[in-house]
Design a binder for this molecule. Structure first.
Ligand SMILES: NC(=O)c1ccc[n+]([C@@H]2O[C@H](COP(=O)([O-])OP(=O)(O)OC[C@H]3O[C@@H](n4cnc5c(N)ncnc54)[C@H](OP(=O)(O)O)[C@@H]3O)[C@@H](O)[C@H]2O)c1
Length: 342
């Protein structure tokens, strides 16, 4: 059993972590904290935990948590996360950070994208990007795991097999993605407030969403020389459902690639992956089929000689955040990857 603490337990990703950790047979949940002044039962914040746990959400006391827990899940906003990661790492704890703070290889890209200076540059170099299906060998021995963003997870799981296989792509890669409203966190805003977003669909942050550079960096790293100049157009949409992301990805093939070769590439990458479900030819994913699961469903079709469309569906709070964090936790501690996730 591993003693675990969740920081940011009052938010949506934190809540999902509580749900997953409570049913995980190898996790003993010992502390939940957030930006609260007085301790309060987690079941008061989230009534669905009534009868399942007596744990309180408490103020965040790093020293106390470090003595109680061996593994720390951080579900805090970017910028804030940096402040907490360092002290936990320095006391030897293992940290799974759900924010964007440690996801970038190029710190300059992070600083430009989030318009802040990174305060933990040395630490950032040690972080491992927690895209489990592509990075498990590094995740296994890492002390700091940067859990990928929700949109990047949906996009990269569709794109990376093709890029890794050395298929040359023409610019741009186009990702048209639709997310449920929980992707924006728990606090409603003018655009995420129910009467504003219900029965409506809108594109937002067109051409400058903060996940675009994250997706682009990982494509360039995976594809090496072949992908160095490939640009990404990423258009996110807010749609009136609670959870889920559907990503429709347009890949312009710079060379002739036969359908059976595409099928072989996906099969070679994902044939042995429990959490990736490749759909039969002619079938395409739905967010409903992956809700509350850690699965990523993938369908694809070549629609012209040089155009491949790949469609992925994930639950943004599970495979796109907390479930993927638990998958990384399982890899780090040597538990089967499905533990607590099925
Ligand atoms: N939602 C998703 O689908 C998703 C997917 C992937 C990754 N993520 C990432 O996961 C992180 C959490 O996202 P979320 O959607 O759960 O957001 P959220 O619902 O807004 O929750 C964030 C939590 O952090 C707390 N917090 C803010 N400032 C704090 C501070 N200085 N000290 C301690 N706690 C503080 C907030 O408390 P207050 O409410 O009191 O401010 C809130 O409980 C973010 O970095 C996000 O980018 C989210």
């Amino acid at each position: 059993m591993v003693n675990v603490a969740i920081i940011g337990a009052k938010g949506y990703a934190g809540k999902e972590l509580v749900r997953l950790c409570l049913r995980h047979p190898e996790i003993r949940l010992v502390a939940l904290t957030d930006l609260v002044e007085q301790p309060q039962p987690v079941s008061e914040q989230f009534p669905e935990f009534r009868g399942l746990t007596e744990l309180m959400i408490e103020p965040t006391d790093v020293d106390r948590i470090s003595t109680q827990a061996e593994a720390i899940f951080l579900a805090l906003p970017h910028r804030v996360s940096q402040e907490y990661v360092a002290p936990f790492i320095h006391t030897g704890r293992r940290v799974f950070d759900l924010s964007a703070d440690f996801r970038f290889t190029r710190i300059e890209t992070y600083e430009q994208t989030y318009a802040i200076e990174h305060k933990e540059k040395e630490l950032a170099k040690k972080a491992v990007y927690g895209l489990a299906e592509f990075n498990r060998n590094k995740i296994k021995d890492a002390q700091l795991i940067a859990v990928p963003g929700c949109y990047p997870t949906g996009a990269l799981l569709g794109i990376l097999p093709i890029v890794r296989a050395g298929v040359r792509l023409d610019s741009p890669i186009i990702v048209d993605a639709k997310s449920g409203v929980s992707g924006a966190g728990r606090k409603p805003t003018e655009t995420t407030h129910f009467p504003e977003c219900n029965e409506s669909i809108m594109a937002y942050a067109v051409g400058h969403h903060r996940h675009q550079p994250e997706i682009e960096e990982k494509i360039h790293e995976a594809g090496g020389e072949n992908a160095r100049d490939v640009r990404l157009i990423f258009t996110p949409h807010l749609i009136p459902m609670t959870r889920g992301i559907l990503s429709t990805i347009y890949l312009s093939l710079a060379e002739e690639v036969a359908e059976q070769d595409i099928a072989r590439i996906f099969q070679e990458h994902y044939g042995g992956e429990f959490f990736i479900r490749l759909l039969p030819a002619g079938k395409f994913p739905t967010t409903k089929a992956v809700t509350y699961t850690n699965f990523c469903d993938i369908g694809w079709k070549k629609v012209a000689e040089h155009l491949l469309i790949v469609i992925t569906a994930i639950d943004n709070l599970v495979k796109g955040a907390s479930g993927q964090a638990v998958q990384c936790f399982n890899i780090c501690y040597g538990f089967p990857e499905q533990t607590g996730l099925v």
